[in-house]
Design a protein around this ligand. Sequence first.
Ligand SMILES: Nc1ncnc2c1ncn2[C@@H]1O[C@H](COP(=O)(O)OP(=O)(O)O)[C@@H](O)[C@H]1O
Ligand SMILES: [Mg+2]
Length: 396
Amino acid sequence: MTRQTEQNRTYDPSKVLPPGAAIGVLGGGQLGRMMALAGSAMGYRFVTLDPTPDSPCGQVADRQIVAPYHDVDAARQLAELADVITYEFENVDADVTKLLMAESYVPQGSKLLYTTQHRLREKRAIEAAGVKVAPYAEIGSAEELREAVRRFGTPCVLKTATGGYDGKGQWVIRSLDEVQEAYDTLSRARTELVLEQFVHFTKELSVIAARSPRGEVKAFPAAENVHVNNILHLSVVPARVPEEVQREAERMALRIAEELDVIGLIAVELFLTADGELFVNELAPRPHNSGHYTMGACRTSQFEQHVRAIANLPLGDPALMTPVVMVNVLGEHVQPLLDWIVRPEAEQVPGVTAKVHLYGKQEAKAGRKMGHVNLLAASHEAAFDWIEASKIWDAI
Ligand SMILES: Nc1ncnc2c1ncn2[C@@H]1O[C@H](COP(=O)(O)OP(=O)(O)O)[C@@H](O)[C@H]1O
Ligand SMILES: [Mg+2]
């Protein structure tokens, strides 16, 4: 098993950081912002490091260091100002991680980052934890790709091992004729490649689990996720799948959290097939867009849970209090949302409460994640009625 030994643990099970402690966040995006909002409410102080002044997290933190993520001197300053360090994105520079671990307290360690920064390492770690992933093959040449495409059949998905997000760094191969072009295009990224069998999923689910240095683990209810143009559009909770499937997805996430010795949050993306099988797609060692529904819908949000986990407080209750639909606000949805929110009789649908979250980003570029709306609802149907009545997402 992959469990770390006592010796190479980066966290101290007896170290607790009570409110008042300063939390340093590498990255100033929306995930850091919502972490700082939740943690500040509990009395923690926040300092963030991000190259863009007035970043989403910088706006709500006590302080922002403005510098590139790989700037070792800036990382040293972050280490001096913070009692504990966390991150809001996984592509953290290895030298920066090393420095922070030497000069500050990084309970999440570097091992999980190292694993999840690379699709092949990640898949091997999931398998070693006894959890299923879709069939995959490491690809070193166009010939190897051709052979693997023959074996898996088409369609199949070629992915760069590092650096992909929102569907970038991927190629769906639909015939053997595309092999050379797919290989040439993706190998330009100069990273290993991985071919995955195409999973004809009926639903995409995700589960966010938390683990603390004291060894406590808890999972949030499984979310059902709908993507549009490879970007998350909706999360529906409870997921519209049988309860056994929800419980199984949650068990898989808890198992991954324990076996990979996670501290903080781990987001587990899953595919559900027509015959009820679950495969893990990928992991993210941080708060996740598909966990934004927890804000207001669960007794504890994913952001509070992350703060509790890295501070080694007892974990909060993740129980769901109401059905919810989370809908993302991209650049093109901002103006319709702003038009909606100022209307005196903003669309009312009985039983629906709309909670608007905006991230404070200046430029509303199309496709850019600008915010989300959580529709706390008596039923999912009522939440979908609200989405339609508001007309905010009509352009989709
Ligand atoms: N092997 C696969 N079979 C079917 N669909 C896939 C497969 N891999 C990815 N996808 C689709 O593409 C989306 C993005 O892929 P993912 O691996 O999660 O990359 P990222 O989220 O980093 O862009 C998935 O949510 C899923 O809809
Ligand atoms: Mg994904």
